[in-house]
Design a protein. Structure first.
Length: 277
């Protein structure tokens, strides 16, 4: 990747992280930890990888993204706002009555949201259905789904994995956000779903590993997914929960806790956004 492009994407990711914090702070609730861990992934998808048109959110031939870990909607909303689907000022309305930005993504109310999600395990199944529909209709769009590592403890994730391999859904790419923590503690201690790579391979998937915070690594992974024919691809993306805010990083207590005023101020300063209110 060219250095200028890498720098551009890093700046966008920083803005998305600021948007995540802004939304969660104004809502006084939400899930900052897992939202921050996928900021770089969503940056790459929305600003480099996906074929989309913010002026036409329901464009039939667009690529689709299903945020299966729907509680991390603040990251999706911040990415959509940055990409131009709606004004970033709307992030301040997160979880408010009558807001379009609810606690979980709503495809009927929010421009750019391709699937309502939040009940863990269901999103990846919806993504499989979208991918199969694309195959039947001979469309060339691709479907992406971001799945949480804790979410992968759900049996339905593996039923979907079996389905996708059976129907040879090579237009489907699932990104497992492997930050190692969930609300109750380390994923491997709560209900160990590892090794993800060996399990997806056993189900018949193409498997790629990536650094979730390195754009060159992400680019290589998504290119490998595009190049693979006859199999769906799983990208196991090693990430840091709370990435970008030092006192949130690798702390499971920030899974579902909103920052207080002083914490918000310090976090925004770390992102170089001390002027944001």
């Amino acid at each position: 990747m060219e250095p200028t492009q890498r720098t551009r994407l890093a700046g966008i990711a920083n803005d998305i992280r600021a948007g995540i914090l802004r939304g969660v702070y104004h809502a006084a609730s939400g899930h900052p930890g897992g939202s921050l861990s996928i900021a770089d992934i969503l940056t790459y998808l929305y600003f480099k990888e996906m074929k989309i048109d913010p002026e036409n959110p329901k464009w039939e031939d667009r690529d689709r993204l299903v945020l299966s870990k729907g509680h991390c909607a603040p990251a999706l909303y911040a990415a959509l706002a940055e990409r131009g689907y709606f004004d970033s000022k709307e992030l301040d309305t997160l979880r408010k009555i009558d807001s379009r930005l609810q606690g979980h993504p709503d495809m009927k109310g929010t421009p750019g949201v391709d699937m309502s999600s939040g009940s863990l395990g269901l999103g990846i199944s919806s993504a499989c259905g979208m991918a199969l529909a694309g195959k039947y209709r001979k469309k060339d769009y691709r479907v992406y789904s971001v799945v949480g590592d804790g979410e992968s403890e759900e049996g339905q994730v593996w039923e979907a994995a079996m389905f996708a391999a059976h129907y040879r859904l090579d237009n489907l790419c699932v990104v497992v956000d492997w930050n190692g923590l969930q609300i109750d503690g380390p994923v491997t201690e709560v209900m160990n779903p590892t090794p993800h790579d060996e399990k997806f391979r056993a189900f018949g998937w193409n498997v790629v590993t990536a650094d979730a915070h390195d754009f060159d690594s992400l680019e290589a992974a998504f290119q490998a997914a595009r190049a693979c024919k006859g199999k769906p691809t799983a990208i196991i993306a090693k990430s840091v929960k709370g990435k970008g805010v030092s006192f949130m990083e690798n702390k499971c207590e920030w899974h579902g806790t909103a920052p207080k005023e002083e914490q918000y101020r310090l976090a925004m300063q770390e992102l170089g956004r001390g002027e944001d209110k």
